[in-house]
Design a protein around this ligand. Structure first.
Ligand code: GLN
Ligand code: ZN
Length: 736
């Protein structure tokens, strides 16, 4: 069988040793100069190119390297510099756009499609552009060419996706018309460098938006004229209804994602043009697992028959996985054998192209024997009945049985400042410098402090403060069976912030209670109610790497059952209010609209499974933040939580209006101030916010709380802010 050629769409940019993080932080502190920062950047970028070259990749995507974020890079190159940054120049301007400067707010940071990566939202005003300047990109490409020769394929963020993601001043077509000549000039310059092809990344096409057809046709027509071969790249889902016209656009190569949605079905139904190359994303850039030969081999065979000019590609940039699984020597060999991070994925592309999957089959065989199904867990999931997914009493029946609180009850979202002392305490315990008993005593001192402060401030519903939690998912994952943790498995969340998602490698179960100890300690210190505080099943799932050969729905149900048991334990410990956070519910939404309903059904069911067995008298809260909820209001309603707290401060009450318009009938705590800003809100500010809420909601249904947890703030900011919050609530209470 002829071997296939291979392709990548981007590579991790943080450095194997997190070099970029260290360099950026040192640069921002003034401890490193720009030359040294750039030196680190080039080392990391070149090491990535060399890895890909050594693995034998034929078409190596070049351009995912970035000091902060590629979307920001493209905004800057294309001249999309909002006026507020124009007094600055060079790196100072670049980082001001990324992080803000004195009085200049940064570009907005938001999630990149359905990933946990965050990009900076370009602001486009077609009537007011600065000149484009592609020199840094051209220099990058030249440097890559010096190492890779014609294997270097520039990655360009396509104009339609850029505009679709941008904040637009004026209309889309005018902005596109303004940008296309700039893109054409860029392609010209790339052609002059002798590149064999250019990847035009247009992932916006997987969102089922038919309105993108005309602009994309226009863009491709204009850009094809330059004459450099184009590779139109989409990823993260199938392209749905766009497929028949998309594959006929004037591009020499079409890259599609075969790891999500049903791209194979589309190719089978509509065929693939014989004169084009199909670059098939068959190695999943977003999963940490090796390919499963039983699936990928037949897939590749089917594609060979349908598209004679076939390439094997990563399905997406490899930035969504860490560098090296081989390095995780603390993980068992059986598990490591089926993990594939970026470096292993390069090797997989090469073996797949040669059709040699024997080693992968053997590894999966060893792994399945090592992590077999847990009959107790699977039996529990199999035995679930409709009653497991619904609370026995309706909201109207539950409400009078639940805790009585003053009008406009005040509370917080859970975490209090994670100070250096708090982090040091956890680190010492991790390193074995504290016994468990000593550690608990230290945690309890922080809890006592937090309770005292909350009582002094006069909050109505207290929290223990989450000092024992490094992270809202990791804390639970570490106590559940079925999770594994990497040592070096960092992936970029945004800029210099990286996360290390846990890996769900086996059936999930809860060997012992996870949160009752801290709850009991806190509740024993106060007469006021303390909230039990849990992370929801969908958030735990979405912020982990789930095992590929178990349906996500099933994993979510397994986690939900563990949480259900935790809720029962919290009730026995005396909790009358239990909060189950689901900030990641929205981001799991499939990009193709056709698949959204199915996701929302099982995701909401998982939350209901976790909470349905709570007593009628237990008030179940949930919390969500930093997402647009408009599209999923029916799902939020179906959660059947007694109270929901939501991020609201930045959106100008939009979320609240949407909820009210939808006719949401239970209690709501719209955030009254933005916890991401160090600004301490005055009582008048909060009073005004609350007064506005009351124009949408009955006072009986309004809670008063910040936008989100307070862990990133300092106590000297938190205390006066919460004092304002309580003062405003009290004042308004009097008036009602
Ligand atoms: N309870 C969590 C906290 O306060 C919620 C965090 C979140 O919504 N992301 O930190
Ligand atoms: Zn939040």
């Amino acid at each position: 069988m002829p071997t296939l050629s291979t392709q990548t769409l981007g590579y991790p940019r943080i450095g194997r040793e997190r070099e970029m993080k260290r360099a950026l932080e040192a640069y921002w502190k003034g401890e490193m100069d720009a030359d040294a920062l750039w030196a680190t950047f080039w080392e990391v970028a070149e090491a990535g190119w060399r890895d890909q070259l050594a693995a034998g990749i034929d078409h190596i995507g070049v351009g995912s390297a970035s000091l902060y974020d590629p979307a920001l890079d493209w905004a800057a190159r294309l001249g999309l510099i909002p006026p507020r940054f124009r007094a600055l120049a060079g790196l100072e301007r670049y980082f001001a756009m990324a992080r803000g400067a004195d009085d200049i707010p940064a570009l907005e940071l938001t999630k990149w499609f359905d990933t946990n990566y965050h990009y900076l939202v370009p602001e486009v005003d077609a009537g007011d552009l600065l000149p484009a300047d592609f020199s840094d990109f051209l220099a990058l490409v030249e440097r890559a060419q010096a190492i890779l020769g014609t294997r270097a394929v520039p990655i360009v963020l396509g104009p339609v996706t850029l505009l679709r993601l941008a904040r637009l001043e004026g209309d889309f077509d005018a902005a596109l018309a303004a940008l296309l000549p700039r893109y054409a000039a860029l392609l010209d310059a790339l052609q002059a460098l002798g590149v064999a092809e250019v990847q035009l990344h247009e992932p916006a096409l997987v969102q089922g938006d038919a309105a993108l057809r005309a602009p994309l046709e226009k863009a491709l027509a204009a850009l094809a004229e330059v004459g450099v071969p184009l590779n139109l790249v989409t990823f993260f889902d199938d392209v749905g209804d766009a497929y028949p016209w998309l594959v006929r656009l004037p591009a020499e190569v079409i890259t599609l994602d075969f790891t999500r949605g049903d791209t194979l079905g589309l190719v089978q139904r509509y065929g693939f043009p014989a004169d084009k190359v199909l670059a098939a994303g068959v190695v999943d850039g977003r999963s940490v697992w090796r390919v499963q030969p039983a699936q990928v081999v037949p897939l590749v065979e089917a594609l060979r028959a349908l598209a004679p000019n076939l390439r094997a590609s990563a399905s997406a940039s490899l930035q969504f996985v860490p560098y090296s699984a081989a390095r995780e020597t603390e993980l068992s060999e059986a598990l490591r054998g089926v993990l594939a991070f970026a470096e292993e994925k390069l090797a997989e592309l090469a073996t797949l192209a040669q059709g040699d999957m024997g080693a992968a089959s053997a590894a999966w065989g060893r792994f399945r024997a090592f992590a077999p199904a847990d009959p107790a867990v699977q039996g529990r999931v199999a035995a679930l009945e409709p009653a497991d997914f619904a609370r026995a009493a309706s909201y109207a029946e539950r409400r009078p049985q639940q805790i009585a609180l003053p009008l406009l009850p005040t509370t917080t979202i859970g975490s209090f400042p994670q100070t250096a002392e708090v982090r040091r305490m956890r680190a010492r315990f991790r390193r074995g410098e504290l016994t468990r008993a000593e550690y608990h005593a230290e945690v309890d001192a922080f809890i006592r402090h937090a309770i005292e402060i909350q009582e002094e401030i006069g909050l109505d519903v207290l929290v223990h403060g989450e000092f024992e939690r490094s992270d809202m998912v990791e804390y639970f994952a570490q106590q559940l069976q079925g999770f594994a943790f990497t040592r070096y498995g960092w992936v970029q969340s945004f800029g210099s912030r990286y996360v290390r998602p846990p890996i769900i490698y086996a059936d999930v179960a809860r060997p012992a209670p996870m949160t009752t100890r801290a709850f009991e300690v806190a509740q024993a210190l106060t007469e006021k109610p303390v909230k039990g505080m849990l992370t929801g099943p969908v958030t735990i799932l979405n912020w982990s790497y789930p095992r590929v050969d178990i349906p996500r729905r099933e994993i979510a149900y397994q986690i939900a059952l563990a949480l259900r048991d935790e809720i029962a334990d919290l009730e026995r410990a005396g909790a009358r209010i239990i909060q189950v956070d689901e900030p990641a519910l929205r981001e799991g939404l499939p990009l193709q609209p056709a698949r959204r309903e199915a996701y929302l059904t099982w995701a909401v069911d998982a939350f209901r499974l976790a909470t349905a067995r709570a007593r009628a008298a237990t008030q179940i809260h949930t919390h969500m933040c930093y997402a647009e909820f408009g599209a999923i209001l029916p799902a939020i309603d179906r959660l059947d939580a007694d109270v929901i707290s939501i991020e609201n401060a930045r959106s100008g009450d939009e979320t609240l209006r949407e909820l009210a318009d939808y006719g949401y009938s239970r209690e709501v705590g719209p955030g009254v101030y933005d916890i991401h800003s160090p600004v301490v809100p005055a009582p008048e500010f909060i009073h005004e916010k609350l007064a506005a809420f009351l124009t949408y909601l009955d006072p009986e249904r309004v809670w008063v709380n910040p936008d989100c947890g307070l862990k990133t703030r300092a106590w000297h900011e938190v205390v006066p802010a919460l004092e304002s919050l309580v003062a405003a609530a009290r004042e308004l209470r009097e008036k009602i």
